[in-house]
Design a protein around this ligand. Sequence first.
Ligand SMILES: [Fe+2]
Length: 316
Amino acid sequence: MKIQDIQNLAIKMGTESDFRGMEGVQKLLNGKKQKFEKMSEKDRGEFDKDSLENPYLDSGIYNIADDKEIKKVLVGIDVGPEEILIARELGDIDLVIAHHPVGKGLAQLADVMELQADVYNYYGVPINVAEALMKERISEVSRGVNSSNHQRTVDAAKLMKVSLMNSHTPCDNLAAKFLKNFIEQKNPERVGDLISILKEIPEYKEAMKIGVGPKIFVGSPENRCGKIALTEITGGTEGSSKLWEKMAQVGIGTVIGMHISEEHKKEAEAAHISVVIAGHISSDSLGVNLLMDELEKKGIEIVQCSGFTRFSRVKI
Ligand SMILES: [Fe+2]
């Protein structure tokens, strides 16, 4: 596999596990194509053509130092110039794969957040309500990431001739789908039962060793779960705090998330929704592992760094 093959595989797997379904993702790409076709020459020049093929603009390739067959990758949750230097020092790394966005992916993080409106809609929130509330939040995130030093890591990769890509939402989609299937299969009755079953997952078991295993942030172990929603796993970053009340109204009893801000926690409490925080870096690792399994099957060696805990689900 070459770097572009890995990126294509990530997009394919991300699309297959997307809450919008493959048709929903295709519709989004078709909409962008139609918009592009109607544009003037000048506007086309400024248009990001990647968005016609890639539904996850928070994920991409930033530097190809050597377009060869990839045999060994260094994989991390947050990749900065330090990890690029580690790759250089190790000497035999063909490609660095980050989870969290860098470069243009970070600048366009807000673009993937539209997915969240569909996730809320999937769990019963009317699409008009979800879209309106997410629109506000998307523009807030877009302004928030605007001031970052986006190219810092990319510049380091170019200077040190290290190939660099990242996969964010495709991996978060994989984690969300995995958790959804896992929890539906186990069908926990109480929030405490939900915590127990999450602790069976190796990435969370590993996180428990350093005190960041699955935890109840809102509610108590005796609470019945009610309808469990995976609204806080994929779609860029935290959504709108105004959605908690809406989720309670449509019958959601428990939400599983990677992390939660204090503002959201207060809204969840007011809405009487239990919140189980599975863990941030551990949930990120879960999604990345599901992608890495496919690389392992192709004979690629995986080296972990920057919080990523490798656990293989490849059956030998
Ligand atoms: Fe993350």
